[in-house]
Design a protein around this ligand. Structure first.
Ligand code: RB5
Length: 147
């Protein structure tokens, strides 16, 4: 079965629960990294364990949700094998897969509807990386300045 990891803080908790239902319907085995309620938590506590699994190659893809999507994305992108993209519509979700080979999508729960979030997750999971010139550019993310 395909595995996926999902995590959120209190601001993303309700969206996480709805997205998990979609993931089950799509046939995924879901690693739920919390939070487990809408009580206030610190988002890095839920992002680090998820990002480590993606970094290690244990799970191919992840979904992170907080109020703006930025705190979770900033935390996840500290891991060198993680490419986490912030998405607020499905077109961007397609492009972070095609062009950036993103392995985590970050969602801003306070700025998108739940329907937007579900569309973004579907687009993210249904789109393949294009490779080619985009792989060269991703290599340069890791390498730093080379010219
Ligand atoms: C929580 O209030 C909020 O700061 C958090 O969900 C997120 O938006 C941080 O980046």
């Amino acid at each position: 079965m395909k595995r996926i990891a999902i995590g959120a803080d209190h601001a993303g908790f309700e969206y996480k629960q709805v997205i998990i239902e979609l993931l089950f319907d799509m046939g995924f085995e879901v690693d739920d990294m919390g939070a487990s309620s809408s009580e206030s938590v610190d988002y890095p506590d839920h992002v680090h364990p998820l990002a480590q699994k993606i970094h290690d190659g244990e799970i191919p893809h992840g979904i992170l949700i907080c109020g703006t999507g930025n705190g979770v994305a900033m935390t996840a992108n500290k891991y060198s094998n993680v490419r986490c993209g912030l998405c607020w519509n499905k077109e961007i979700a397609v492009l972070i897969r095609k062009h950036n080979n993103a392995n985590i999508v970050a969602l801003p729960a306070r700025f998108i509807t739940i329907d937007d979030a579900l569309q973004i997750v579907k687009s993210f999971l249904d789109t393949e990386f294009e490779g080619g010139r985009h792989q060269r550019r991703i290599d340069k993310i890791i390498q730093g300045i080379t010219c």
